[in-house]
Design a protein around this ligand. Structure first.
Ligand code: SF4
Length: 149
């Protein structure tokens, strides 16, 4: 990992070039706090699929997929009064076996808010109704608030 000042210099150069050359830039990272400050849009991928997509202020402040929520919860927040960050929402288990993928929600085995119905409905050809591939969120069955930035 680059040190913070070198990383900021490189990102500034990329940002300048992006403007000068009128090109798009694709950043690939697990660092949501960084992506939230430099990107126009964020796509969250899990198991080779985009599971959530939108503007950073929407995706980061109001995630609609449990995997996005877990990524946000994993961002370290320096708070000396708090001592250490709680890691109670870390995703358990292993990444999915996409060789034997059956078309249902690939996050289901690791999802801490799954319901029985999640195992039954195919999501592979599902169009984003709102912003996410999470069946329960699309149906209005999940709701949470995030205070990261
Ligand atoms: S569809 Fe169900 S199992 Fe999949 S992410 Fe949403 S709540 Fe979890």
């Amino acid at each position: 990992m680059l040190d913070v000042s070198i990383r900021a210099s490189i990102l500034n150069i990329i940002r300048e070039l992006t403007g000068e050359l009128e090109m798009a830039t694709l950043y690939i990272s697990h660092d949501l706090s960084l992506l939230g400050s430099i990107c126009d849009y964020i796509a969250i991928m899990y198991g080779g699929c985009i599971v959530e997509y939108g503007k950073p202020e929407s995706v980061i402040k109001n995630p609609m997929h449990p995997y996005t929520k877990s990524l946000i919860d994993a961002v370290p927040i320096p708070d000396f009064k708090m001592g250490k960050k709680s890691f109670e929402n870390i995703v358990p288990g292993e990444p999915p076996d996409m060789v034997n993928y059956n078309g249902t929600c690939s996050f289901e085995p690791r999802c801490n808010v799954r319901k029985k119905v999640c195992k039954k409905i195919k999501t592979e050809k599902k169009v984003f109704l709102k912003r996410s591939l999470c069946l329960l969120f699309e149906l209005g069955g999940l709701n949470w608030t995030v205070n990261l930035f």
